[in-house]
Design a protein around this ligand. Structure first.
Ligand SMILES: CC(C)=CCNc1ncnc2c1ncn2[C@@H]1O[C@H](COP(=O)(O)O)[C@@H](O)[C@H]1O
Length: 253
């Protein structure tokens, strides 16, 4: 198993996300988004770093992200729950997905954390593919999974999200929570508004995703909040095999 000292793993990025168990750090994202009342003298010190100057830090994160990823060939970004455990069917599905994508010549990009991210990176790594983890600084203890050939740690969610989209030819979502839904709907909006072209979005698990897709169709489409046809941007399947077939077909078009 690879580890933090494995020379084949490239670790990039300004932030070390390893935090002592139980400890809490204030992530840069939170500091950026926090409003501090300029009338509050108690908090004047916290206003010393001006948001305008934070822009340089944000800029540097874009620069290092673009530099790190510019040579990635065809890649697929995979999202899904951070909470699923090893030796579960969900973990094995994600691992199988990573493996199958690797066999088709794709690099795999994930959020670099545990659960689905770890399993997908692991499958790709075991099959000898480029396995990329784009981690994020979080306020609680977490780890970058070891199954990566390139690990990058980001301070800012929105910079990291740019990398997920820019360097991938497709998205796959496995079952997940708010994080996964956020990433799914960001991708959908980008495709819907034609900011990203020819970008299949595949959801694996009809039982899990079906009710959401039904609601999108009956309520959103039914009430005219999305156009007829927008739903067709989503491919809902049950197997990793079907998911990879859709991606291969779109990529080789
Ligand atoms: C155990 C735990 C919560 C660890 C958190 N550690 C994480 N590390 C990296 N990316 C993450 C993490 N949590 C959420 N994400 C992002 O949000 C998605 C999963 O969130 P969720 O579990 O569906 O809502 C992932 O695709 C990933 O991009």
């Amino acid at each position: 198993m690879p580890g933090p000292d494995d020379a084949s793993v490239r670790n990039l990025g300004a932030v070390q996300v390893r935090v002592e168990e139980g400890a809490e750090v204030i992530p840069s994202d939170r500091r950026l988004l926090e409003w501090i009342d300029p009338r509050d003298p108690q908090r004047a010190a916290q206003r010393m770093i001006k948001d305008s100057w934070r822009v340089l830090r944000i800029q540097s994160e874009f620069v290092s992200g673009f530099d790190a990823l510019e040579n990635v060939a065809e890649a697929v970004t995979v999202f899904g729950s951070a909470r699923i455990k090893e030796r579960t069917p969900e973990y094995e599905t994600a691992r199988d997905l990573g493996r199958r994508l690797a066999h088709e010549g794709f690099a795999v990009i994930t959020g670099g954390g545990p659960g689905v991210m770890e399993a997908t990176n692991r499958g790709a790594y075991e099959a000898g593919a480029e396995s990329i983890g784009l981690n994020i600084e979080l306020p609680f203890e977490q780890h970058a999974n070891p199954w990566v050939t390139l690990n990058m740690n980001f301070r800012y969610f929105f910079v990291r999200k740019t990398m997920f989209v820019k360097y991938a030819q497709a998205f796959v979502c496995l079952p997940g929570g708010f994080g996964t839904l956020d990433e799914l709907f960001e991708a959908l909006t980008l495709v819907q508004t034609k900011k990203v072209l020819q970008f299949p979005i595949v959801l694996i698990g009809t039982e899990f995703w079906g009710p959401l897709v039904d609601w999108l169709r009956t309520t959103l489409e039914g009430e005219g909040m999305i156009s007829p046809g927008d739903i067709d941007l989503l491919h809902v399947v049950d197997t990793t095999e079907e998911a990879v077939a859709i991606i291969v077909k779109a990529a080789r078009r």
